[in-house]
Design a protein around this ligand. Structure first.
Ligand SMILES: *Cc1c(COP(=O)(O)O)cnc(C)c1O
Length: 802
């Protein structure tokens, strides 16, 4: 938008006084923050209104992205950037003596997601708005976001993150758009003039109240909506006796209280199923209500609406849409079923069996009796349809209900027209292994959409020095057309460019080192290699492999203080699910090793370990610009895509990687000389599974370095890990080493020696860094959502950039 500094200052001064009856000079950060937030909202409000109005036109297909998680991160700076008023506001505030940075830091980072899946949803929201795709988010307004992590004596402690305590300047409560969601009770079908209609009794009605957040596109016009639902007591129940009222109120508000803190793990608790149905039902009801404003017959729904299911958590969209079409709209089964499949599409995010959702039949039939009936009917019709084409085994393996459980992935696949994986390798594994039966039955439903990241948050906002530098080299068109970053390749042998790039990295490292000094009182050497592994803590991501390697370096230095090791700072950030004991033990181990190494005066600044507390989007924005090395070392086949890998390469880190997830595509972009690949391939992993021929113990016995490192876990070398050390040792040496840590150790160690070698040659290293930045454009989520729009949702985005 067009805004002069003087106009901004005038607006700001007036609003602050209106809101708080204060002069700017007497105001505090909180008042300054809320004033700016309010002002941003008024600046965006016309575009928001106009966007919404334009979306009511017939033929303007609307996309609804259903996700249990939206990990947005702070919004203040991102909104300023997307409105294109960041600089004006910064300067204007400066003249009032206000540092924008302080207002940015005041905002609580809303942690409404666990990790990659929720962050992907947030990147997609930003990209859909920017690409002028009519994309709406639909999710839950959790009162408490993901827990806040603290380390006490090296152990993870979880404390609640009450992110709404100071209010939320970005959301609008729309009570007039509330809908009712029903749970429990009895349901039966009655014949009413030749048609079966459901009758209900004794249900529990919950009021779903939407809170809308504007999602401002980086394009001067589009402002989309993220709609998050909050559970409240229904007004009809407020006449109950007071004690009963309070009890029921807290039971109902429970539904949108907490985000389940499990990442890539299925936890079959009743409240979670309630949450899933709650936001699915509320979302679909509001979609249908909006569709009706267009005054079209319901059979046109699939021309006007696409609903996307992000992982299986919203898979109840299938029976819920069926319910509305059958019961409320009076459609016949076949027509309703055709329409449902046309409207719905599904993204699979994992192949790991512990993450695959399946709900006990009893739980479903008690909590959602009508939905249960519909699922049974879908399942029976599916089995009957297939009977003539496939054998019984095939049908049993693929049907929805099996062994007293409802398989949500099967429901999502059968009930939608598209299923996609999130990286080429992942999609291939789905087709060939995990969902092979379905691939044989529905080959045309399967497609790949490799994940992406928004270059706005992950470069323009978080790495301003690099942004300016790139602009100075190739102009700024890459900001809206990120594959233009390949123009940087012209500078790959330009010494001046490469030295400048090194300077920028050093600046960012210094900035992060200052933060670590301030918050952890730990001094980092900014000339060391900053080696970063930030992501959820999970055995398959193999933070342990990283740690074992660090221990090997430590022992090498202990034996020979002059050993040829380039100084390194290892940076970790990771939360573990509170119930995931093994992951928490690994956190304790990393912290104990960090304590031992960081306090060893013989080591000095040759090795340091920084384990930041409470890894989150705002911490990621600090760490990633400072990374030299990106650790993407999951066991091949286990990481569906990864997006951290993309953020880090975009910021000029060199990746140490297994051929897993999108790492494979990163290698294809940068070429094998500009990424350091090691370890088993997915084929080799599957071969081991097939033969049962992996014997971790042999690696312990035969590799002396590994032997020494593993013994350190149990021989008292590392203080404070008596139990954890033994348990982790046993998991690797005795109990089969599920994720092949020992198998990949030597190869990883050699890959790390390569890092050490290459880094000594600044020009060579910076050339790799430059080529990583140059190759990162293709991973913009702008391209990803455009592909979804074209190939899955069947909409064409209006091009706003000419
Ligand atoms: C990007 C991101 C992730 C995902 O990281 P992966 O390395 O892809 O697992 C997790 N958490 C946060 C806060 C992120 O920003």
């Amino acid at each position: 938008m067009k805004l002069t500094k003087d106009k901004f200052k005038e607006d700001y001064q007036r609003l602050l006084t209106e809101l708080y009856s204060l002069d700017i000079k007497d105001s505090e950060v909180s008042e300054q923050y809320f004033t700016l937030g309010n002002l941003i909202r008024t600046y965006a409000s016309n575009d928001w209104k106009n966007t919404n109005e334009s979306y009511l036109k017939k033929g303007e297909k609307q996309i609804y992205y259903f996700s249990m998680e939206f990990l947005l991160g702070r919004m203040l700076k991102s909104n300023l950037l997307n409105l294109d008023i960041l600089e004006v506001v910064q300067k204007g505030l400066q003249e009032f003596g206000i540092h924008l940075e302080n207002l940015i830091e005041f905002e609580v980072d809303p942690g409404l997601g666990n990790g990659g899946l929720g962050r992907l949803a947030a990147c997609f929201m930003d990209s859909m708005a920017t690409c002028a795709i009519p994309g709406h988010g639909n999710g839950i307004r959790y009162k408490y976001g993901l827990f806040k992590q603290k380390f006490v004596n090296g152990y993870q402690m979880e404390i609640p993150e009450h992110w709404l305590r100071n209010g939320n300047i970005w959301e609008v409560r729309r009570l007039n758009k509330a809908v009712t969601v029903r749970f429990y009770g009895n349901v039966w079908l009655e014949n009413s003039s030749g048609r079966l209609v459901p009758r209900y009794e004794n249900e529990e009605a919950v009021l779903a109240v939407p809170y809308d957040t504007p999602i401002i596109g980086y394009n001067e016009q589009t402002v989309n909506t993220l709609r998050l639902w909050s559970a409240e007591m229904h007004p009809q129940d407020e006449s109950h006796e007071y004690g009963a009222f309070l009890k029921q109120q807290s039971q109902i508000e429970n539904i949108s209280e907490v985000l389940y803190p499990d990442d890539s793990y299925y936890d079959g608790r009743l409240l979670r199923l309630k949450q899933e149905y709650f936001f699915v039902s509320a979302g679909i009801q509001s979609i249908i209500r909006r569709f009706k404003k267009k005054d079209l017959p319901i059979s046109h729904l699939s021309e006007e609406v696409a609903i996307h299911i992000n992982d299986t958590h919203p898979a109840l969209c299938v029976p819920e849409l069926m319910r509305i079409l059958l019961d409320d709209e009076g459609m016949d089964w076949e027509s309703a079923w055709d329409l449902t499949k046309k409207v719905l599409s599904y993204t699979n995010h994992t192949i790991m069996s512990e993450a695959l959702e399946k709900w006990p039949i009893d739980m479903m039939s008690t909590l959602l009796p009508r939905i249960h009936q519909i699922i049974c009917e879908i399942d029976q019709r599916y089995a009957a349809d297939m009977r003539y084409r496939y054998d019984d085994h095939m049908i049993e393996r693929t049907r929805i209900i099996e062994g007293g459980h409802i398989k949500m992935a099967h429901l999502a696949i059968i009930g939608s027209h598209s299923i996609n994986g999130v990286a080429k390798l992942h999609t291939d594994i789905l087709k060939e292994k995990v969902l092979h039966d379905f691939y044989l039955i529905f080959p045309s439903k399967f497609n790949n959409k490799t994940n992406g990241i928004t270059q706005r948050r992950w470069l323009l906002l978080s790495n301003e020095p690099l942004r300016q530098f790139i602009d100075s080299k190739i102009g700024s068109n890459w900001e809206v057309n990120p594959t233009d970053l390949t123009n940087l390749k012209a500078f790959q042998n330009d010494e001046d460019t490469l030295f400048k790039l090194a300077q920028i990295k050093k600046l960012n490292k210094q900035r992060f080192a200052d933060y670590v000094k301030r918050t952890m009182n730990l001094t980092l050497n900014p000339d060391a290699i900053f080696d970063v592994q930030v992501k959820r803590l999970h055995a398959y991501k193999r933070q342990l492999l990283n740690l074992l390697h660090i221990l090997s370096l430590y022992f090498k230095l202990k034996e020979n203080p002059n050993a040829y090791i380039y100084p390194r700072v290892f940076i970790f950030g990771a939360k573990a699910a509170p119930s995931y004991m093994y992951a928490k033990q690994i956190i304790k181990l990393i912290n104990s090793v960090a304590h031992m190494i960081n306090h060893d005066h013989h080591i000095g600044d040759k090795l340091k370990i920084v384990f930041v507390e409470n890894y989150s989007v705002s911490l990621a924005e600090r760490i990633i610009p400072a990374a030299d090395v990106s650790e993407q070392i999951s066991l091949a086949s286990k990481e569906a895509s990864g997006t951290g890998n993309m953020k880090l390469m975009l910021n000029g880190a060199v990746t140490v990687a297994t051929l897993d997830g999108a790492n494979v595509e990163i290698r294809d972009q940068v070429g094998p000389d500009n990424i350091i690949i090691f370890g088993l391939t997915d084929k080799e992993v599957y071969q081991y599974y097939h033969d049962g021929s992996y014997h971790a113990y042999d690696y312990y016995i035969h590799n002396p370095i590994l032997h020494r490192v593993l013994n350190a876990l149990i021989d008292g070398t590392i203080p404070g890990i008596e139990i954890e050390g033994q348990d982790i040792f046993d998991s690797l040496v005795k109990y089969g080493d599920e994720y092949f840590v020992l198998r990949d150790f030597e190869d990883y160690r050699l890959a790390q020696e390569k890092v050490d070698q290459i880094y000594r040659d600044t020009l060579r290293w910076q050339k790799m860094a430059l080529l990583n930045i140059a190759g990162a454009g293709i991973f913009s989520s702008d391209y990803t959502v455009l592909q979804y729009a074209k190939e899955i949702w069947d909409v064409s985005a209006k091009s706003t950039q000419d």
